[in-house]
Write a protein that binds this ligand. Structure first.
Ligand code: PGA
Length: 251
């Protein structure tokens, strides 16, 4: 059984006071939500205080990115051992905003993925097509290439500690969600690709999250799909009540 994972991606939002107030509020709201794994990915600067504020709550904290070297003269970068040392458990890798604005490629995704694994972080590798690619009928091919290149060199054992997030670029922050059927179709093909790469055992255990305008009013129908194992939530994770509603999805 794949334990559902609901992950909030705060992107570049919230001040320190807002982040801490949210943590207290969320911890109270979801104290009894034990069947779902809950993760918050704030800006790097809030990881340590949030880990402390959420200790004992069951809400985990992760990073929005991770550099591929452990240490060195790389001004402005943050490494997996650093993240691990402050209590981060997960790291997003290859979010579409990183690909779009910061020259992330499948090759750098691959380097970050291995750095995360080596450092003891669970990588959440993000894939997804643009609107142009979808309209050209290239969705399956684009996502398959992102997976094959991004996960290159990974073995079946390592694949067990992997999470994949399917985030169609045209659905991120736009209020335009993929229909549950559309999302399921891509999730199914992602699982098929994972099966081809890592075998049926691993592929049946890897969680595949959906991301892109997930809200309280669409999460239930998305989570009802057989290959959707959780959600990566941007905008709706910034408000504790709306994030709680998503965490309390009904299948
Ligand atoms: P959104 O963002 O929920 O605001 O669309 C999702 C994401 O970028 O992870």
């Amino acid at each position: 059984m794949r334990v559902p994972l609901i992950a909030g991606n705060w992107k570049m939002f919230k001040t320190s006071d807002e982040a801490l107030a949210f943590a207290g509020d969320l911890a109270r709201r979801v104290a009894d939500a034990e069947s779902t794994e809950i993760l918050l990915c704030p800006a790097f600067v809030y990881i340590s205080p949030l880990v402390q504020a959420l200790r004992g709550s069951g809400v985990k904290v992760g990073a929005q990115n991770v550099f591929w070297e452990d240490s060195g003269a790389f001004t402005g970068e943050v490494s997996a051992p650093m993240l691990k040392s402050v209590g981060a458990r997960y790291a997003l890798v290859g979010h579409s905003e990183r690909r779009q604005y910061f020259h992330e490629t499948d090759e750098t995704v691959n380097r970050r993925l291995f750095a995360a694994l080596k450092g003891g972080l669970v990588p959440i590798v993000c894939v997804g097509e643009t609107l142009e690619e979808r309209e050209a009928g290239k969705t399956a091919a684009v996502v398959e290439t992102q997976l094959r290149q991004g996960l290159k060199g990974l073995d079946s054992n390592q694949a067990l500690s992997l999470v994949v997030a399917y985030e169609p670029v045209w659905a991120i922050g736009t209020g335009r969600t993929a229909t549950p059927e559309l999302a399921q179709e891509v999730h199914r093909s992602i699982r098929t690709t994972l099966g081809n790469l890592f075998g049926p055992d691993a592929s049946s255990q890897i969680r595949i999250l959906y991301g892109g305008s997930v809200k309280g009013d669409n999460v239930d129908s998305l989570m009802a799909q057989p290959d959707i194992d959780g959600a990566l939530v941007g905008g709706a994770s910034l408000d504790a009540a709306s994030f709680e509603r998503i965490i309390r999805f009904k299948r």
